[in-house]
Design a protein around this ligand. Structure first.
Ligand code: PEP
Ligand code: MG
Length: 901
């Protein structure tokens, strides 16, 4: 027998719990208790705790005390209801439902109508006056019990049901009468015996106990385990089990069932939102057997229940201080609340509701910040289809999983080759595949958006599209993709041929035939300064975003900078709220027409040739820096010296070899090409990411880094002379040891001193390093002796800590890793706290121990990722730096992190 505290309580009546006991009672149980305590009409019942589940899962046996405790609670329930579980002439029936701390939709089990048996089915018929209803309920119990408790294949029941219908020549369940249901119940029992070798249990208590165990077991179902791994829900929480007296919405026209929201989950507007289905049970609503009516219609059908429901909704909203969603049933004119929880909402509604609740005095600003998040803000920043007319008039042909947000319009193509070919000739295309694989990468890149008929949120298409920032809808299963015939068929028989225009909405998952007009995001218009939140006619959403951003800016401790390489990006970043540039990658300044100068540098055979090449680059670089410093006047600008291996600036090895070979065959060899080819071979590396790049390059190519330092110093001097306030910071990449930095620093200081002297100006340039190698993090104490600042390069740090090639792995095997739940999100997207993050934490400690005033930032992609921003706040960095479009997200998350402290 497992060892547990004999005094431990494993069962709570709904009257005993409350909403804060989610760990113990699960979300559903805690909220049922809360509603019960609020005096709302909840069908009586009790909750078996997650602790009981944990004991069962650990030991394979239920806690010894559980049976007696359940008996005591069942007794009490029976007394309250005035009837016994499964009582032959008037049975108490119960539902047994799972309910974990975190909602795991569809992952775990539920059994309804427990207590029905060959005897009590007649009692239920007599009591309800509806024989068909009683037999239908009984066959549903056997079906659900067989499927979830006895582990049978649910198909056998559906097949029997289909047979019964075709025998009778009808297509809908509702056309089956009492005799049919009776026959089905017999047939189902027979199937149970045949498939499991045991009779369907007639003892109601045995039914209940087995169902409770099945719910416990469902915690460890394969789907549930995978879901938890992906969602990072701990595997050891266990589920609670709710045993609740059944109420029936299918007892006639004065019964029914519905769902409701206390305000519109799409816009946040207050009002009456929901659906109602007369004379029906919960499953019928989901199954879509009949059309629901709008909740407002209930006022006409049953005014008393409607008024009571409105009252309850108000109570709940004031009590939970948030939008609630509700499931209710009306049984013969009596309203029952079956569930409530804080409801899911769209991104736009989240912002609007948060500010509405502040205005209503229900929450404060700090709380409002917790009610929204950066992912929602990012969603609001994508262009979207025009909801004023455009989408409404569009021809919706299907929907799938909203895998990567945005709105994309283009001609349908069914293979990557065509996608590339058409896009090269200026066409916009949507790549449509059953599923994608690494061979589709170029096609995906060429397309406006991607649509697949298979796969979920972690499918290859979804992962890669999100990484590329491309709109993607995946798993649109009802659409048949025929890649051979190059067409797409809808269930209604419509055919989309190659070249037909389609529109896909990666935020809703909807797919449309034809072109749907796209409008820019009003939130981006606002950040760009083209829409003012203060204007009378400003969008409600923009007003809400403006207010929330103001709260975030007021409380955040982290500063937010931009990764920007040119004045245009710098200016945009500033409009979006950047407080400087955290990373200017100088490599783009070596491309285009300037590439020939780099070639000359690489090919230089004498000091003089090298000097000439560098002198050619200097004014160009200086011009770039002057503009950049101007765009961020008065704010820090971190310029990183050249990082990538030099061969990236040379022609492709294969193309050049072919060119040289052809020229040779024509006896027309070009001397320069030959030298270039030699250089390409000389510089070729098997693992260039681990090769001659970053500071290593600066140390072995004489004059390269000093030229860049000079350009920065000259640009700063120029800005100063023009009355500007340049604040340049020079950053050295890929440092692994302090010695590397010492040499570069010494050279750089000499150049800066010389420029300062010549211009008779003090430039206050600082010199720091990236921390992007494990060795740099481990020796950060020494490195800090020689650095004014650190900026964590978490892209390279992730690459080198995991030995994951950042250019390859996401598209090759990350899908498999995500599907296996090894991680729920790519470590290149969200910082791996336990691994990469530990090194960051260590380097912060060591760096600050050496130099308390060391400035600390991060400029890897993680700087704009919500979860990672919280981590950087926690470890005490001074700023995060991210791409201009992510700046609002980083500002918001930095505010949320500070408000949660
Ligand atoms: C990094 O490695 O995190 C970084 C910002 O540098 P890059 O991405 O240019 O290598
Ligand atoms: Mg790097």
């Amino acid at each position: 027998m497992p060892d547990h505290d004999a005094a431990q309580k494993f069962v709570y009546d709904f009257t005993e719990g409350n909403k804060d006991l989610k760990d113990l009672l699960g979300g559903k149980g805690a909220n049922l208790a809360e509603m019960t305590n609020l005096g709302l009409p909840v069908p009586p019942g009790f909750t078996i705790t997650t602790e009981a589940c944990k004991v069962y899962l650990d030991s394979g046996e239920e806690p010894g005390a559980l049976r007696d405790e359940v008996s005591a609670h069942l007794d009490a329930l029976e007394r309250k209801m005035g009837k016994k579980l499964g009582q032959a002439d008037d049975p108490l029936l119960v539902s047994v439902r799972s309910g974990a701390k975190f909602s795991m939709p569809g992952m775990m089990d539920t059994v309804l109508n427990i207590g029905l048996s060959d005897d009590s089915v007649n009692g239920l018929a007599a009591q309800s006056g509806d024989e068909r209803f009683a037999w239908d309920s009984y066959r549903r119990l056997i079906q659900m019990f067989g499927d979830t408790v006895l582990g049978m294949d649910g198909e056998v029941f559906s097949e029997a049901m289909e047979q019964a219908k075709s025998l009778k020549g009808v297509t809908s369940d509702v056309d089956l009468d009492t005799a049919d249901m009776q026959m089905l119940a017999e047939k189902f029992k027979h199937l149970v015996l045949k498939e499991t070798g045991r009779d369907f249990p007639q003892d109601p208590r045995e039914q209940m106990d087995l169902a409770v165990k099945a719910v416990f077991d469902s915690w460890n179902g394969e789907r549930a385990k995978l879901y938890r791994r992906q969602e990072r829900i701990p595997q050891d929480l266990g589920t609670a089990v709710n045993v609740c007296s059944m109420v029936f919405g299918n007892l006639g026209p004065d019964s029914g069932t519905g769902v409701a929201f206390t305000r519109d989950p799409a816009t946040g507007q207050q009002g009456v939102y929901g659906d109602y289905l007369q004379n029906a049970q919960g499953e019928d609503v989901v199954a879509g057997i009949r059309n629901t009516v709008q909740l407002a219609e209930l006022e006409r059908l049953d005014k008393a229940s409607y008024d009571q429901l409105m009252q309850i909704m108000e109570t709940l909203e004031t009590h939970y201080r948030d939008l609630c969603d509700i499931e209710f049933t009306i049984e013969s004119g009596k309203l029952w609340m079956l569930q409530t929880r804080v409801g899911k909402r769209t991104a736009a509604a989240a912002f609007r509701i948060a500010t509405q609740l502040v205005d209503q005095g229900l929450i404060d600003e700090a709380e409002a910040l917790q009610r929204v998040n950066g992912n929602q803000l990012a969603q609001l920043m994508f262009p979207r289809f025009d909801s004023n007319g455009g989408v409404r008039d569009a021809d919706e042909i299907g929907w799938g999983i909203a895998a990567s947000p945005g709105a994309a319009v283009g001609k349908a193509v069914f293979d990557s080759y065509t996608a590339i070919k058409w896009s090269r000739s200026g066409e916009k295309v949507i790549l449509i595949r059953r599923e994608t694989n690494p061979d589709d990468l170029d096609g995906m890149l060429a397309a406006e958006g991607i649509l697949t008929s298979r796969g979920g949120k972690t499918s290859h298409a979804a992962v890669v599209a999100r990484g590329m920032g491309k709109t993607c809808v995946c798993g649109a299963e009802e659409l048949e993709v025929d890649t051979k015939r190059r067409c797409l068929k809808t269930p209604g028989g419509q055919v989309i041929e190659e070249g037909d225009v389609v529109s896909i909405d990666g935020s809703t998952g909807k797919v449309y035939a034809g072109e749907v007009p796209v409008v820019p995001s009003p939130v981006v218009e606002y950040f760009e300064g083209r829409m003012h939140a203060g204007a009378d006619d400003a969008d409600e959403l923009v007003k809400a975003v403006h207010r929330i951003m103001a709260y975030a800016d007021r409380v955040r401790r982290l500063r937010v900078r931009a990764n920007a390489d040119n004045a245009e990006d710098g200016a945009r970043a500033r409009r979006f709220g950047a407080q400087g540039i955290g990373l200017c990658r100088t490599e783009h300044m070596f491309l285009g027409e300037r590439r020939s100068l780099v070639e000359r540098l690489i090919l230089a055979e004498s000091e003089e040739e090298r000097h000439e090449a560098l002198e050619g680059l200097l004014p160009l670089q200086q011009g770039d820096f002057t503009e950049l410093l101007e765009s961020m006047d008065g704010l820090p600008v971190t310029v990183r010296l050249l990082d990538p291996p030099l061969h990236e600036f040379l022609p492709d090895i294969t193309e050049l070899s072919v060119r040289v070979a052809l020229a040779e065959s024509r006896r027309d060899a070009n001397e320069n090409d030959l030298r270039l080819l030699q250089a390409v071979h000389r510089l070729h590396e098997q693992n260039p990411m681990l090769g001659l790049r970053g500071v290593r390059l600066g140390l072995v190519v004489p004059g390269l880094f000093t030229m860049q330092v000079r350009a920065i110093a000259e640009a700063a001097a120029e800005r100063k002379a023009g009355g500007g306030d340049p604040r340049a910071e020079i950053m050295i990449p890929l440092v692994g040891t302090v010695q590397e930095l010492e040499i570069v620093r010494e050279e750089a200081e000499a150049v800066i001193a010389e420029v300062e002297e010549r211009h008779e100006v003090e430039l206050n340039l600082t010199l720091g390093t990236m921390i992007e190698l494990p060795r740099a993090a481990l020796t950060a104490g020494q490195i800090a002796e020689c650095a004014d600042f650190f900026s964590f390069g978490t892209n390279d740090l992730t690459q080198t800590v995991w030995a994951f090639s950042r250019d390859d792995v996401e598209a090759s095997f990350f899908t498999a890793y995500l599907e296996k739940g090894i991680f729920g999100v790519s470590p290149f997207e969200t910082i791996d706290r336990e691994g990469v993050g530990e090194l960051v934490r260590l380097a912060v400690e060591k760096g600050r121990a050496t130099r308390p005033d060391l400035k600390l930032g991060i400029c890897g992609e993680h700087g704009g990722d919500p979860d990672s921003v919280h981590f950087f706040h926690e470890v005490g960095l001074d700023y995060v730096s991210c791409s201009p479009f992510r700046i609002p997200v980083a500002r918001l998350e930095a505010g949320r992190a500070a408000a949660a402290d």
